[in-house]
Design a protein around this ligand. Structure first.
Ligand code: HPA
Length: 282
């Protein structure tokens, strides 16, 4: 595994060397339908996932699948954008799902912002809301750290008591307030998918303490926390979870609702990234 990771690391390092490479301390993953932030970013380098040795290539509609080295014009610092991700439900192993974040960890990141589209389980959440992820519940039925521990990254039994950074959560809050964007806060619960939930499953996850439900994010956060990376999560509530609003759920609805908030999401992310790169304290 380490050899496969190192091959990808070396490939990216060589490509990046040409663009005045200062090691970025931050990486951002853009989830379903949230990729337009990448379009408007100042790009120094773009690498399709499929060009990177051993990298899993994205297959889901709405996911472009490329790694971008971007520059934040305000802080004058660089950061990585992963536009699109691969999912467990596509048939990838957990090791594949966390391969990209592990490559970026080996490239030197210390902070990670993960975004996703999720169904709103909390009855106070509406389609179009943003939720700062305060904590997560892993109900995917698998864990990327199962198997031989990769000591290079972290310990056998990593602490998850502060999986999501309070400090970074406060910076999301600050970015949102500055721009009058309302944000909620809550617990993200991950199921394997690819089916959306039944109404009974939605009632179950609500009872377990979830505010939003989705099919991603948790594996990457586990792999990042394993390596001591500071993590922040933002869920875009693309729909009320099944049975809470009446109609059937479709991937098109998720994508259409994401398109409606892409500008707001872009503004929120841009400011948040600047605050993180400037090392603000929330
Ligand atoms: N359930 C699971 N995953 C999702 C949903 C949902 O309702 N919406 C977007 N991703």
């Amino acid at each position: 595994m380490i050899d496969r990771l190192n091959e990808a690391v070396e490939f990216i390092r060589k490509k990046a060397a040409a663009s005045c490479f200062k090691i970025p301390e931050l990486a951002v993953t853009l989830g379903s339908g949230l990729g337009s932030f990448a379009e408007s970013s100042h790009k120094l380098l773009e690498i399709p996932y499929c060009d990177i040795p051993n990298f899993p290539c994205s297959t889901v509609a709405g996911h472009k699948g490329r790694l971008i080295l971007a520059s934040d014009e305000r802080s004058k610092k660089t950061f990585w954008i992963m536009q699109g991700r691969v999912h467990y439900y596509e048939g990838y192993s957990m090791a594949d799902v966390v391969f990209p974040i592990r490559v970026l960890i080996l490239l030197g990141i210390r902070k990670y912002i993960v975004t996703n589209a999720a169904g709103g389980v909390n009855p106070n959440f509406d389609a179009g809301d943003f939720m700062i992820v305060r904590d997560h519940i892993n109900m995917m039925g698998d864990n990327p750290l199962i198997g031989k521990n990769l000591d290079k990254f972290g310990p056998r039994f990593p602490d998850m008591s502060t999986a999501y950074s309070r400090k970074m959560g406060m910076l999301i809050q600050k970015s949102a307030m500055e721009q009058s964007i309302p944000v909620k806060e809550g617990v993200y619960l991950a199921l394997s998918g690819p089916t959306f939930e039944t109404p009974a499953e939605v009632r179950m996850v609500a009872g377990l303490g979830a505010d939003a439900v989705g099919m991603s994010t948790v594996p990457e956060v586990i792999a990042a926390k394993h390596a001591g990376i500071e993590v922040a999560g933002i869920s875009f509530i693309s729909n009320k979870a099944a049975g809470m609003s009446g109609g059937p759920l479709t991937h098109e609805e998720v994508s259409e609702n994401a398109a409606k908030i892409e500008e707001k999401f872009g503004k929120l992310m841009e400011r948040f990234i600047t605050l993180v790169l400037e090392g603000r304290d929330g």
